[in-house]
Design a protein around this ligand. Sequence first.
Ligand SMILES: C[S@@+](CC[C@H](N)C(=O)[O-])C[C@H]1O[C@@H](n2cnc3c(N)ncnc32)[C@H](O)[C@@H]1O
Length: 132
Amino acid sequence: MSISAIEKAKLLTGNVNFVIDDILNSKFENESFDYILDRGCFHVLSVDERITYLNQIKRILKKNGMIFLKCMSKNEKNIPDDKGPHKFYRDEIINYFKNDFDIKKNKDTVYYGTLKPLPKALFFVMKKLVKL
Ligand SMILES: C[S@@+](CC[C@H](N)C(=O)[O-])C[C@H]1O[C@@H](n2cnc3c(N)ncnc32)[C@H](O)[C@@H]1O
């Protein structure tokens, strides 16, 4: 999350603690969070960075923690493939997460925002697997 995003969010919220972090080199301690919401971060990372991201997500989520992930869908045809974020097939996301997460839910959706038509997206709800 960027500084300008935090400034805007502060104007819209009450007693919320906003912290800037780099998910590829996160300063949060192990098992800090019950929930993580990723709306459009994973899909801007490079292939190599995705593995680092996964390791960090696993590390900072509590046992049984959940991640809510929204990313651009391969079904999005109005944005050229060489512009904008990476577009994912559903199974690509499942393959990235399935070893460490229980995929509770996934659905086709859109990015609500200023782009018209609304870009096609995928949404996943995934629970961290507890490994003994
Ligand atoms: C496509 S934008 C999505 C912005 C916003 N979440 C939304 O849905 O409109 C991608 C976001 O990922 C953030 N991002 C990229 N790499 C990151 C990293 N390593 N750690 C944290 N955030 C990152 C960028 O700062 C940017 O805000």
